[in-house]
Ligand binder design. Structure first.
Ligand code: KIV
Length: 306
């Protein structure tokens, strides 16, 4: 079965066969309350749906989200997972890189996104400096995101170097999305925004991919790697690969929402396709508002109370 759009995918989701159907029957959440999120029940995207999607060749879609409104829109459109990325460092807090962003800054954003969705899997990004010293620190950070922000999974950067952290978090029952290739938290170490996995780097990329799979990650983001090697990694792995600038031969695609919707000022990376130009729409709207106020055209009688 080939499913081409996110909406069709949503329709098909409840019918996904599971790898072990007899043991993976999900019932309506017995603890569901009136909140849409808790009542979502069997239709919520789970990590096993990622696995099924890979097996069936159904593309997985992901977008970053940092707030309730975009989360609602993306969730209702059938996007499978929302990443509360540390790219919030750039796109919400205005830092030059992702390095300064903290867990305390990301928790309220993650909570807003998690509360807004009924279907999408919400992945919280673990910031730089919150997992590198070892498995205990990593678990502590992951638990904060699950407990204080109601995330459904966490993401962290690094392949071989992060395998112990991934394994510890997974053993506590927390799903981990890994992230290899270009890892923005290491941009100074990597010498800038450099494509990874080219030439001799391909061997390291494959080692990293196998290491995160062995450690128990349910999916792996491949950022800025050549299409050929991304397709090879995808072929070799049992877990799905999610591409950000990794070409078409991966199991899913992730984009930073401010890039794909044309909110970002200036140049965007080559791999971004802009599906809208929200920056110019908002700019026009704000100019029109200001002109109307300056000229007295707004508010009119229809906007005023008797
Ligand atoms: O924080 C983020 O947006 C990310 C993606 C670019 C993968 O980590």
């Amino acid at each position: 079965m080939t499913v081409e759009s996110a909406a069709e995918y949503t329709e098909h989701m409840p019918e996904f066969p599971t790898p072990d159907a007899a043991n993976a029957v999900e019932v309506q959440n017995p603890y569901a309350s009136a909140t849409p999120s808790a009542a979502a029940g069997p239709k919520r995207v789970r990590t096993r749906h990622f696995q099924n999607a890979k097996q069936q060749g159904i593309p997985i879609t992901g977008l970053t989200s940092y707030d309730m409104m975009t989360a609602q829109i993306f969730d209702q459109a059938g996007i499978d997972f929302l990443l509360v990325g540390d790219s919030a460092g750039n796109n919400v807090f205005g830092y030059e890189t992702t390095l300064p962003v903290t867990v305390d800054e990301l928790i309220p954003l993650t909570r807003a996104v998690a509360r807004a969705v009924t279907r999408a899997l919400v992945v919280a990004d673990m910031p730089f400096g919150t997992y590198e010293t070892g498995p205990s620190e990593a678990l502590h950070t992951a638990v904060r995101f699950m407990k204080e922000a109601q995330a459904h999974a966490v993401k962290l950067e690094g392949g071989v170097r992060s395998r112990k952290q991934i394994s510890r978090i997974v053993s506590a029952g927390i799903p981990v999305m890994a992230h290899i290739g270009f890892t923005p938290q290491s941009e100074h170490g990597l010498g800038g925004h450099m494509i990874q996995g080219r030439g001799p780097g391909a061997e390291q990329l494959i080692k990293d991919a196998l290491a995160v799979q062995d450690a128990g990650a349910f999916a792996v983001v491949l950022e800025m790697v050549p299409s050929g090697i991304a397709a090879e990694v995808t072929e070799r792995l049992e877990i799905p690969t999610i591409g950000v600038g990794a070409g078409p031969g991966v199991d899913g695609q992730l984009m930073v929402w401010t890039d794909f919707a044309g909110m970002t000022e200036g140049r965007v990376p080559r791999f971004v396709r802009q599906y809208a130009n929200l920056r110019s729409v908002l700019t026009d709207a704000v100019h029109a508002f200001k002109e109307d106020v300056d000229s007295g055209a707004y508010p009119g009688p229809e906007h005023s109370y008797e």
